[in-house]
Design a protein around this ligand. Structure first.
Ligand SMILES: [Zn+2]
Length: 375
């Protein structure tokens, strides 16, 4: 993949392509700026160009064996360092290599990978992801070998500010005496947290926010938004494509929760046990996080529908579809059942958190809702 898939940042694209073409790529680059502006895709595109056998105008050809390996993030001369956590039930020191399969999967899903998405992928629970001591030794070992395919070696360090001090000092040694034909690309949204000695060894390239119009066009093309919606979302995202994508995902999840909530209430009211059992199966297929989010959503809807009965719109927070449903549904949520219903949804949520069988939890909730809904 060439630079074409990267949104905006024309100036940086030209600069890097020129460096590759003239073979004047600095041995260490530092990409700075808030995430979501294209730092990872740009680092990958540069690595691809450096590792390509027949680059065209400073960009990867996309067809040679090297490019083929890079399209799957498995080129033997491209190394990745990124924050990780200690593996569950393992005594070994945490290392990026242990998470390479997840990393490749995440990049395949989107090269615009965000820190929050990565933490979810790692399933960090209470651990703080970091770049730990073993990492520097591991990289030193890898780049001291001759490049497998005889060309450059490239090391991409993502969220470089999360290196611990020891790792940072070891990396500094590498940057001070760079092995031949090795390029380090450090990516950091908080470069002020890096050792100044590291920063001074790198050439910084600051990524500006993606201009609203450019981001809007990308949102139209990649996500099929109308021009107005795309412009609105681009404006709210402050030039951060990752932020825009998260908001789109949130809206999609919300719409899905609404549909499931409406269906649930209809089936409970009509006492359709067989259909409720199918509904339960659908809920059980979701991941725990989405199940919890759904139960939170239901509690919010119960509260909003109860309040709706007071006819004080300034107290209601409903989108148009939700408000339309409330005109018919609100009378069913009243002072007799609102508190017991909230309690049941709350207790279902606790059960989900404690890993109780989701099918049982949701079916049990259906029965209780049937009883409470007609009070
Ligand atoms: Zn190529």
């Amino acid at each position: 993949m060439s630079q074409n898939a990267i949104i905006g940042q024309t100036h940086i694209k030209q600069l890097l392509a020129h460096m590759v073409e003239t073979e004047r790529v600095p041995h260490a680059l530092l990409f700075t700026g808030e995430e979501g502006r294209g730092q990872i895709p740009m680092a990958l595109a540069l690595a691809e160009a450096l590792l390509c056998e027949h680059p065209v105008n400073g960009q990867a050809c996309g067809t040679c064996p090297g490019c083929h390996l890079n399209s799957k993030f498995i080129h033997p001369d491209l190394h990745f360092v990124f924050p990780v956590v200690k593996r569950k039930n393992k005594s070994d020191a945490p290392l990026s290599d242990q998470y390479l399969a997840l990393w490749r999967e995440a990049l395949t899903e989107s090269r615009y990978l965000g820190a929050e998405r990565w933490r979810e992928t790692l399933n960090t629970e209470n651990q703080q992801p970091g770049i730990f001591t073993k990492e520097a030794e591991n990289i030193t070992g890898k780049i001291s070998l001759k490049a497998s395919l005889g060309g450059y070696k490239v090391v991409i360090v993502w969220q470089a500010e999360l290196m611990n001090e020891e790792t940072a000092n070891k990396l500094l040694k590498l940057l001070e005496e760079p092995p031949e034909r090795t390029v380090f690309i450090l990516i950091s949204a908080q470069p002020e947290r890096l050792l100044t000695t590291i920063v001074s060894r790198t050439q910084e390239i600051a990524f500006p926010p993606i201009p609203t119009d450019t981001l809007a066009v990308a949102l139209e093309q990649k996500h099929g938004l109308s021009p107005e919606m795309a412009h609105d979302l681009a404006h709210r995202s402050n030039g951060n494509y990752i932020k825009a994508c998260r908001e789109l995902q949130g809206a999609a999840d919300n719409a899905q929760d609404f549909d499931m909530f409406v269906l649930f209430m209809r089936l409970c009211y009509a006492r359709k046990i067989k259909d409720l059992s199918e509904w339960t199966d659908r809920m059980a297929e979701r991941g725990r996080e989405r199940q919890k989010a759904f139960l939170d959503y239901c509690q919010r809807m119960l509260r909003e529908n109860f309040i709706y009965n007071f006819r004080r719109p300034e107290l209601n927070y409903l989108n148009p579809r939700e408000a339309d449903f409330a005109t018919r549904f609100a009378p069913f949520i009243n002072e007799r059942n609102v508190i017991p219903l909230m309690r049941e949804f709350d207790s279902a949520r606790r059960d989900i958190v404690q890993n109780t069988n989701a099918r049982m939890v949701f079916f049990d909730l259906s029965i209780k809702t049937i009883v409470l809904l007609i009070r």
